[in-house]
Design a protein around this ligand. Structure first.
Ligand code: ADP
Ligand code: MG
Length: 323
């Protein structure tokens, strides 16, 4: 069992940023309104995620560390509607198999909470805890028992940048959740959680830059698009500043970012990319999210149409700006 979890960990937990992503997604799935993320040494020595979400029932805590014991959606129909981010029940067991994990949790009306401590997948301690609603997970010494993985990690700066990227995407996807990221004593990101996408952009890129964004709003029979994209002069050297969300979920879709870029026509210099956050709403049955959950890839039944729609929306907006 521990070995199986370590093998799965190879897929689910590639680096500290993957741990951050899984833990924060769990907090979001648990309806947290505030999520605090504290990392040390770019997450290698410590990652702590504190949420004020639903918490875990005392008798379900150990189950949460068993593979495929997810409490979430499991029917075919639900997979299309993707109520939650996690649905495989692999993250916690995988993380616990390659680190030292302490989890403290309590539900709203529980008279007491519960805490567990795992090391390398083995339960060391389980007991009661204070009844503060929510969940507090601390992951220490990531990959302590899988030296090859540890060696594969890049510099602290790179690993931290990956954590920041994960959080930026989550912040853009969940503007109604207040996220706060600290690295040591330094606060790196703080969103207010009032649902305003422009506020999130300001938190990530600064107020000045956020003001230089063009608001987008368009709708046809299949899609509804809203969001922001930068003026052609505000560009970056790579496309990682383009966030596309489909039905509230961040997706990595090369063709869709291409469509956005094409909308600028000749206004963008070669090798330069805009900053953008697009929220697209569409019929959930046209989106298959089960293709590659870890990589944020989805399969879209009307991908060509969506590309054309994005390109056209951006083209019109850029033209408008030039009038
Ligand atoms: P999944 O998210 O795919 O269900 P995980 O391994 O990430 O699987 O988590 C296992 C289970 O633990 C979840 O289904 C959920 O019931 C519970 N859980 C994990 N983290 C939290 C949290 N922060 N708040 C509430 N429940 C949680
Ligand atoms: Mg999960």
């Amino acid at each position: 069992e521990v070995l199986a979890n370590q093998i799965t960990a190879g897929e689910v937990v590639e680096r500290p940023a993957s741990v951050v992503k899984e833990l924060v997604e769990n907090a979001i799935d648990a309806h947290a309104e505030h999520i605090d993320i504290i990392v040390e040494d770019a997450g290698v020595s410590k990652i702590r995620v504190i949420d004020d979400g639903d918490g875990i029932k005392n008798d379900q805590v150990e189950l949460a560390f068993q593979r495929h014991a997810t409490s979430k959606i499991l029917t075919q129909r639900d997979l299309f509607h993707v109520a939650s981010l996690g649905f495989r029940g692999e993250a916690l067991p995988s993380i616990a198999s390659v680190s030292d994990v302490q989890l403290v949790t309590a539900q709203q009306d529980a008279s007491q909470g519960m805490q567990v401590h795992y090391e390398g997948g083995t339960l060391l301690e389980a007991g009661s805890a204070a009844a503060r609603k929510g969940t507090d997970v601390t992951v220490k010494n990531l990959f302590f028992n899988t030296p090859a993985r540890l060696k594969y990690l890049k510099s602290q700066a790179t690993e931290l940048a990956k954590i920041v990227e994960v959080l930026n995407h989550l912040a853009l996807s969940y503007p109604q959740v207040a996220l706060r990221l600290r690295h040591g004593h330094k606060e790196i990101l703080r969103t207010v959680g009032n649902g305003d996408l422009q506020q999130v952009l300001a938190a990530i890129y600064g107020v000045q830059q956020a003001r230089k964004m063009l608001a987008l709003q368009a709708e046809d029979n299949d899609f509804r698009l809203s969001g922001y994209t930068s003026l052609p002069e505000l560009t970056r050297a790579n496309r990682s500043y383009i966030a596309i969300l489909i039905n509230g979920r961040f997706v990595k879709q090369f063709q869709l970012t291409n469509a956005l870029i094409k909308g600028y026509g000749s206004k963008l210099m070669v090798g330069r990319y805009p900053i953008a956050a697009l929220q697209i709403e569409m019929d959930p049955t046209l989106v298959d999210v089960n293709v590659h959950p870890q990589k944020n890839e989805v399969r879209l039944s009307k991908e060509d149409e969506l590309e054309a729609f994005i390109e056209e929306t951006v083209r019109l907006r850029i033209q408008q700006e030039n009038l």
